[in-house]
Design a protein around this ligand. Sequence first.
Ligand SMILES: [Zn+2]
Length: 442
Amino acid sequence: MTIYGKQEIIPAGEKIAIAEGEFVISRKALETEKSKLHCNRCGSRFSLREVRLPSGNLYCPQCVLYGRLTDRDQLVSIHREESDERPAKDQISCQWPGRLTNPQQRLADELVKCWADRQNALLWAVTGSGKTEMLFPLLERALNDGRKIALATPRIDVCRELYPRIAAAFTKAELLLRYGGSEDQWRKFDLLVCTTHQLLHFYQSFDLLIVDESDAFPYEGDPLLEFGTLQSLKPEGIRVCLSATPTERLVRTAEQEGWQILRLPQRYHRRPLVLPELVFLEGWRKLAEKPLPQLRFLRICQQLLKESRVLIFCPDISYMLVLEKMLQVKLSGRKITSVSAKDPLREEKILQMRNNHWDILLCTTVLERGVTFANVSVIVLGAEHDVFTKSVLVQIAGRVDRKGNRQNGRVVFCFQEQTSAIRKGIKEIRQMNRLAQEGCDL
Ligand SMILES: [Zn+2]
């Protein structure tokens, strides 16, 4: 089974067999240049003495998780000479039963046009605007053109949420879901849904590469992931980046390189983004011990619980676990749990939250984006903490009022000190709402 464009590691000098209509790209895995070692898979550079094995060979310590590369290896990938359009009888049509709103349809059409015009695009759309559904016409077109597509995101949770929606919409396409620890084995696919890490396995493989939430940790600021992403794209391939909170760097790149920048300030249900309420909560760090702030905090929780379920964002895991214990005692009639990146039951608990099992879910910024729960309010505890950057705060606020016919969730930022991230986040939300109301672009 050949997976086109997937890099294999073989000893230098060895050849691999190919079929008619295929060709091979082979490269040295590692190259030395003056006194530096350069890794062709991840782009890292090292001085030679840092990376010498006891055997005398050189290796790349940076991407060793993807299979160790030494200077005796080559990276080879098999490619097809031509992509074939799908014959009429095998055409794929999108099975999504919903309908795009007019603004969504306009942007979806623009994306299809970018594909036809071979132009990269940045889709800058507010949280809860239905970005995934806006991709469907583009995916349908590219699939029917017989092109290979990757839809990548830095977050595993986002992958897991995207995959079933894409699979339900494109039942006839060959799809594959891959992330660190995923159960699916490598096999042929038309469309790969994966973490950005997985793109390091590919070389000049994709005709269309869509990166969702590219401003999220760990992608943003990780040169290895950026290098891998660019390498996985064919030289003539098209890139589409999606974000509700793009970084200034991404916007600048898009402007400088002449990408199409598409903006959508309105949510699909046309209600505005929920504006955070600011609560000065002195002593939030010691909520479990200090009765006064504790009482105030419990009142906030009880008030929110009357109308909705509550997500509580905490700055770190140890703080979260102490708070969880306190809440389980003080609000004993309620179902309360927590999740973090380290929690082995994370997937299960997120599913239970979706099925309305929990009243309160405490979390770290691991749930800042990608997840959709109906009928929730959110509280950010210690909104001034460093982990809560402007874009994280905007994303968190965007968890509220994503689904349903009625708005009943609230967003509460508890803090002891106002930061510029808090001020800028609120300003951005207000600005988006104003633009949506005016019915125009950003
Ligand atoms: Zn490397």
